[in-house]
Design a protein around this ligand. Structure first.
Ligand SMILES: Nc1ncnc2c1ncn2[C@@H]1O[C@H](COP(=O)(O)OP(=O)(O)O)[C@@H](O)[C@H]1O
Ligand SMILES: [Mg+2]
Length: 630
């Protein structure tokens, strides 16, 4: 029994240590539950959803598996060969050089094979992982595109960016490195165990004594690392969100001298992320030494028992322990603990991937508010007749923005909406394209409720020119054609039609002139003209124009006026106009106040009525007159 004393001592120390860990763990777990954490998906469910993306590439994974066997065999065979060499060298009556040489050659060959295997494995995995992830990224993007305006305005842009970039990357890492290594390490552990059993089962049992502790450590680590990772992820998203919002608003921040305050806010978030990251490192920093301690303990036990066995040439439970056994076991023990350490490290990254997957899938689980009905129809061509029937709408429940709006627009007519800011003009236009669904009443296109029409089909027939024209980074051409195929001739024609050709001609590169992010190298008037060209070239049956309120120079205003008059001939047109001179030729003018229609009629009829339109018009007219006089 005496020879087991050191083992027992080591075991006892570790036992006390792990008991302490379990107690801390229990304490923290309670705290965690009372913190009310966000909903979390099960690992198995996440895995199932991720694997769906891996399925098309199963063959690549089979190749990786085969190649992996090479490096596994290296891990198992190298200690055996080394111990064999030791045996040959320490033979009592000397040894021949040749005997050692061929063993070294075999060793080298296996090593080489394992290296090549590792290379091929990395190559195939990287490629496959990137492909999988680009699919996932596409799906996520497609899903976000399908969300309604209301939903999109609730999710910060930075958050979406993080989901599509960082989070998908974390999942890609999981496939390119982690999963393969996971399998490989499990193979190695099993292989090494079998080899050890063959050489000396007693020493193997000794090594196995440490396994329960490893499992325990890993379980504890698992809980801690997952929490730490989630905090880091949340911190990163927070910072990204903050940055994307504030970098776009930097000009405003500078104008209003808010740099100091914003800096403080940023520092707070930065500090939070720093602390989360420090916490994560701390968790990891405890686990690694813990496993290392187990490793060292088992090596010490091995040396103690081995040295004892070798010195007195006695047997430990029937098996002789000699120098070669010690050499083999010394190598095996590290071959055994290394993968475990490795698994732990991968676990840490696996946790990160799971945390990321959870976030992506949470976004992908948000169902769009505005969706096609099951039997929604496709509309090939439309006439462009529009009707609102007692439409009630609120962005926030109970706060009605439109209160029983009804009107009818004949195909090919031009209708203008007039009213004070906040009276609901923009809202009417966005309901028409189903950016939101109405709560009461119905909207009809060619006599069909727009809810029964496929959204994509519906929007194809509308050309929207919104209040703040959005230009993408790219060229003038790319902003007009928007990914569709149009010849240069068509583009130029469209530009000419809306009078955009004049300023485009003056640009150094014409249609190829660079458009910077959000089009901030173009004036408001130029942006508006570009949006006209964009609309006209796509030949919609219904055009929607929410006129920019921004100041536009008189020259550009005349151009806009002229192109508007031309566009009125294309099809049905709905205009929100701020300059009433724009809409004098409209077939019908609808005057809104506080979400209700107060007057309707053409320019002359309304002036004649001397109602609200008359007031607005005389007000503006006088202002224009005044401007001219000054
Ligand atoms: N996305 C939104 N969420 C909540 N309220 C909104 C939103 N957009 C507009 N509103 C509110 O709806 C009302 C009508 O807005 P809008 O249709 O843009 O007016 P108009 O275009 O006539 O100036 C305003 O009171 C505005 O505050
Ligand atoms: Mg508006």
């Amino acid at each position: 029994m005496k020879q087991y004393l050191p083992l027992l001592i080591v075991g006892a120390i570790i036992g006390v240590f792990s008991a302490a860990l379990i107690i801390t763990y229990a304490l923290i777990k309670d705290k965690k539950e009372s913190m009310g954490f966000e909903r979390t998906m099960k690992d198995s469910e996440l895995m199932r959803r991720i694997l769906r993306y891996a399925k098309p590439y199963w063959f690549n994974f089979v190749i990786v598996g085969l190649v992996m066997l090479l490096s596994v065999s290296y891990s198992i065979l190298s200690p055996i060969i080394t111990s064999d060499i030791e045996k040959v060298i320490s033979a009592e009556n000397g040894f021949e050089f040749g005997e050692v040489l061929w063993r070294v050659v075999v060793y080298a060959a296996i090593l080489l094979g394992s290296l090549v295997g590792t290379y091929v494995q990395a190559l195939v995995l990287q490629k496959t992982g990137q492909k999988m992830i680009s699919h996932l990224r596409e799906d996520a993007f497609k899903h976000i595109e399908g969300l309604s305006h209301a939903q999109l305005s609730h999710i910060p842009v930075g958050k979406l960016v993080t989901r599509i970039t960082n989070d998908t990357n974390a999942i890609s890492m999981m496939f390119t490195g982690m999963l393969a290594n996971l399998v490989k390490n499990i193979f190695i552990i099993v292989g090494v165990l079998v080899a050890m059993l063959f050489i000396n089962y007693m020493l193997t049992l000794m090594v196995l004594c440490f396994v329960p502790f490893i499992v325990l450590f890993t379980l504890i680590f698992r809980k801690f690392s997952r929490r730490a990772y989630r905090q880091v992820k949340n911190g990163t998203t927070d910072i990204n969100t903050y940055l994307s919002e504030h970098l776009s608003g930097m000009k405003i921040i500078q104008i209003f001298n808010r740099e100091q305050r914003k800096m403080q806010e940023f520092e707070e978030k930065n500090d939070k992320l720093y602390r989360a990251q420090r916490g994560q490192i701390f968790v990891f920093g405890i686990f690694r030494p813990a496993v290392y301690m187990l490793y060292i303990s088992s090596v010490l036990c091995l040396f103690f028992l081995g040295a004892k066995g070798a010195l007195d040439q006695t047997k430990i439970l029937g098996q002789i322990v000699d120098g070669a056994t010690i050499v083999a076991f010394y190598m095996f023990v590290s071959r055994f603990f290394n993968p475990i350490q490795n698994l732990a490290e991968q676990f840490h990254r696996l946790q990160s991937a799971f945390a990321s997957a959870e976030k992506i899938f949470t976004i992908m689980d948000i169902e769009s508010d505005v969706v096609d009905e099951a039997d929604a129809i496709e509309l090939e061509t439309i006439k462009g007749e529009i009707e609102f029937r007692d439409v009630w709408f609120a962005y926030n429940e109970g706060e009605w923005v439109l209160k029983g709006v009804s009107f009818h627009i004949n195909a090919n007519d031009t209708v203008a909406f007039v009213g004070a800011t906040g009276s609901g003009k923009t809202t009417i236009l966005s309901l028409l394209c189903r950016n939101y669904d109405v709560q009461r009443g119905e909207i009809l296109l060619d006599g069909i409720n727009i809810r029964h029409i496929k959204i994509s089909s519906l929007r194809r027939h509308f050309g929207q020119m919104l209040q703040d024209v959005f230009l993408f980074a790219g060229t003038v051409r790319s902003n007009i054609v928007l990914r569709d195929d149009f010849s240069d001739d068509e583009v130029l024609q469209a530009c000419k039609y809306v009078n955009a050709d004049k300023f485009i001609d003056k640009l150094a590169n014409g249609l190829d002139e660079e458009v910077r992010e959000r089009g901030n190298n173009f004036s408001a008037g130029q942006r508006q003209l570009l949006s006209f060209a964009r609309t006209v070239i796509h030949r919609p049956e219904v055009m929607i124009l929410d006129e920019a309120t921004a100041n536009i120079d008189t020259e550009t205003e005349l151009l806009i006026q002229d192109s508007l008059n031309k566009m009125m001939n294309i099809g049905t047109m709905l205009i929100v106009a701020h300059r009433l001179s724009t809409i004098q030729h409209a077939d019908n003018i609808i005057v809104l106040a506080d979400g209700k229609i107060v007057e309707q009629g053409n320019h002359h009829e309304l002036l004649h009525q001397k109602g609200r339109y008359y007031d607005l018009y005389t007000l503006q007219f006088n202002k224009e007159q005044l401007k001219k006089l000054v």
